[in-house]
Ligand binder design. Sequence first.
Ligand SMILES: [Zn+2]
Length: 365
Amino acid sequence: MLDAIERRITTDPTAAGGVVDLTEIVRLADLDGGRPAHLLRLGLVIDALARHMSDGGVAVYPVAQRALLSDTDLTANERMVIRRWSDDGKVEVLRMGGPPAIQRIREVAALTGLPLLSRQPGGYPGLTYAPVPTANGPALSPQQLGPGPAAPAAALGRKWRCPEPGCASFGPPGAREPDPFGPQSDEPPGEPGSQPPPQLVNGVPQCPRHGAPLRDTGPVPRAVTVVIRVKGVAWHRLVVTEAAPVTVGRSPEEPGGVGIGLALDERGLRWVSRSHVRLELHGSALQVTDTSTNGTTVLLRTGPVESVRRAPLVRGEGTTLGEWDTVELYEGVELARADRAAGPIAGAPTNSVMADAPTQAIRLS
Ligand SMILES: [Zn+2]
């Protein structure tokens, strides 16, 4: 069960769909009515996020106070597991005496644009959901849907190195666990998709684990994760970087292209072009260009539940996508930012990390 959770936690922003303070999450006892602190509550929140996004592959980015490693409300085994996750770079455990985790998760959310999953938004203006108990199990309740934070800081366009040997966040290449959801493109095998954002202290990038100023080792292309949804359900995740545009279509010939033929019915196969759209990232702006024969429509939305305005793309002309916009390739087949979704879709498979652990197991233990 903890293995299933382990596969869905990461400090790679391109694989994550939300940021959590693990110190807060383990104590949300009303989610299951069990003991004061329980590590499996992280699984309940991952499942709630997967349902909300209709994305069975989405992970969370957990941050924790160092004190959690000695919190005796957790079992010795749970503390050991969190320590191992931290050593593997899957949980960001903060240094003693630094800014608290509730502050760091707001920073990570602001820098990456990932939703904040917390009951303590503390005035954070960007997208925030609170994990709450419902009759159908834990769910995400929208707290703040306003405009996302401003464009990510310039610090994200640089590769950083921590002076601490073996740092799990900013170590030398190969120091972090390979991420199953990272980009498969040009990265050598075993390299993570994207570095965690540095902690900015008076504008100086620091390691959140060690408090040391980070060394700038050169530029790194920014990245954004896009999801292909079929009838609203996540079908495939792909990473677009500033260095590598991605073509999506029936079966694109471009290197790194993503083919969606398997998601199309017979009519769709005739409608969707071999190379239908090209996605490019410029700074933090995701741009889409129609390269198809039959055309592409952008569904413009100002928020997750706002009404939709349809705007056909002009062939060959790049258009910047808004935070909540989706690109329709064919009826029911849409591309969108992977960290934005209107809400759960009834009957969507969730790929639960708690499959082996009915909620009662938390109560009993
Ligand atoms: Zn470090």
